[in-house]
Design a binder for this molecule. Structure first.
Ligand SMILES: NC(=O)c1ccc[n+]([C@@H]2O[C@H](COP(=O)([O-])OP(=O)(O)OC[C@H]3O[C@@H](n4cnc5c(N)ncnc54)[C@H](O)[C@@H]3O)[C@@H](O)[C@H]2O)c1
Length: 322
C-alpha cells in the first residue's frame, strides 16, 4: 500500500537516498530541508520540496501524512565539541518541535536517524542495543537525548517509533552520494586522495589492539540502510520505541579501506602516520541481530570493494559535473 511521508533532511546524503527508495516503491514524499548542509539538487525528482527548518514543521505537517522519517540534524562530531549549543538547538530543539507538530497533526509514526555515537567507548564487541550508552561527544549526547525523548512519546502518547543506530554509512546510490563539508568520513577522504584533490590520507594511530594496528569500523552501504528504513515503517508498532543497530556485523581497518581504494581506483594513495585522536575507540562493530529479527533486514551489499566502487563512481561524477 502506498503512503505519504515527510522526509526531514532529504537534501542530505542519507535522506536523499531513502527518499529515492520511497519514491521507487511508489510512495509520495515531501522533503523538508533548510539546506544548511544539504543540496537542492540532491532532492530526488518526484519529491515535493519545502525549504524550511524542522523547528517549524508544524507549518507543513498535516493529517494526510502517514509517517515522518527524520534525518535532519547537525552531525559533525568535532564541530559539536566546539559548538555544543548548536547541536542541542538543532538536534534536540528541532526534534522536540517535530514531535509536537506530529502530535498536533495526529501523525503517529516516526523513523529516526540515531547513531553508533550514542554508545561511546564500547564495553564489548559487537555492540548490542542493550549496551551502556555513554556518548563521548555532544553530537552523540544530543542523539541519545532524542532517543529518550522519542521513548517517552511512545509511552505517553502512543507514537510508533523506530530509532535506527547507523554505524559508518558509506557508498552511493546512483547520483546520490556523500558530500559533507568539511568531510570527516574515511572513504570519501581517501577517494579525494585518489582523485588528486588531497595529497595524502592521515592514519590516526597504528598501535591499536587490532590485527594491523589501525582502527576497525563497520561500513554499511547507504542502499542497505535505505532498505532498513522502508522495513522500519512496516515494523513500527503503536506505543513501542524500537531501537535497532544498523551495520554489517563485521569491520574493516583503516589500512584495509586504503588498500581497497588503491585496488578499486588504480591510484596510489600516500598515507601519513598521525597520533591517535582522543575518543577514537579501537573497534566499533554492530550486532545487527535486532534489525534482522524485528525488521527482517539483511544487508546485501556488505562487500567493501563494492561499497568503495559505488562511492568512487559518485566522486568521479561529482568531479566532472561539479
Ligand atoms: N552519515 C553517517 O555516517 C551517519 C552515521 C550515523 C548517523 N547519521 C545521521 O543520519 C542523518 C543524516 O546524515 P547525513 O550524513 O545524510 O547528513 P547530511 O548533513 O548530509 O544531511 C542532513 C540534512 O539535514 C538538513 N538539516 C539539518 N538541520 C536541519 C533543520 N534544522 N531543519 C531542516 N533541515 C535540516 C541539512 O541541510 C541536510 O540536508 C543525521 O541525522 C545523522 O546524524 C549519519
Amino acid at each position: 500500500m502506498s503512503g505519504k511521508y515527510l522526509v526531514t533532511g532529504g537534501a542530505g546524503y542519507v535522506g536523499s537516498v531513502v527518499a529515492t527508495h520511497l519514491l521507487e516503491a511508489g510512495h509520495e514524499v515531501t522533503v523538508l530541508d533548510d539546506l544548511s548542509t544539504g543540496f537542492r539538487e540532491a532532492v530526488p525528482a518526484g519529491a515535493e520540496f519545502v525549504e524550511g527548518r524542522v523547528h517549524d514543521a508544524a507549518k507543513w505537517l498535516d493529517p494526510s501524512y502517514d509517517a515522518v522519517l527524520h534525518f535532519a540534524a547537525s552531525s559533525q562530531v568535532g564541530e559539536s565539541v566546539a559548538k555544543p549549543e548548536k547541536y542541542w538547538d538543532n538536534n534536540v530543539g528541532g526534534s522536540m518541535a517535530l514531535l509536537a507538530a506530529m502530535r498536533t497533526a495526529g501523525v503517529r509514526k516516526l523513523v529516526f536517524s540515531s547513531t553508533a555515537a550514542t554508545y561511546g567507548e564500547p564495553v564489548s564487541t559487537p555492540i548490542t542495543e542493550t549496551d551502556p550508552t555513554v556518548p563521548t561527544s555532544p553530537y552523540g549526547a544530543t542523539k541519545l537525548a532524542v532517543d529518550h525523548m522519542i521513548g517517552g512519546e511512545c509511552v505517553a502518547h502512543g507514537l510508533a517509533a523506530v530509532s535506527l543506530r547507523y554505524f559508518n554509512v558509506a557508498g552511493a546510490y546512483g547520483s546520490y552520494g556523500e558530500r559533507h563539508d568539511p568531510e570527516s568520513h574515511l572513504i570519501p577522504l581517501v577517494l579525494q586522495v585518489a582523485l588528486g584533490a588531497r595529497e595524502s590520507i592521515a592514519v590516526y594511530g597504528d598501535d591499536y589492539p587490532t590485527p594491523d594496528g589501525t582502527c576497525v569500523r563497520d561500513y554499511i552501504h547507504v542502499a542497505d540502510l535505505a532498505d532498513a528504513h522502508l522495513l522500519a515503517l512496516d515494523a513500527a508498532v503503536a506505543g513501542e520505541h524500537l531501537v535497532c543497530n544498523l551495520g554489517n556485523g563485521s569491520g574493516f581497518s583503516v589500512r584495509e579501506v586504503i588498500e581497497t581504494v588503491r585496488t578499486v581506483t588504480g591510484h596510489p594513495v600516500p598515507e601519513v602516520a598521525a597520533p591517535r585522536r582522543a575518543g577514537d575507540p579501537a573497534v566499533l562493530v554492530a550486532s545487527a541481530a535486532t534489525a534482522r529479527e524485528r525488521l527482517g533486514w539483511t544487508p546485501s551489499r556488505a562487500d567493501l570493494a563494492g561499497i568503495v566502487a559505488d562511492a568512487w563512481a559518485f566522486a568521479r561524477r561529482e568531479e566532472t559535473h561539479g
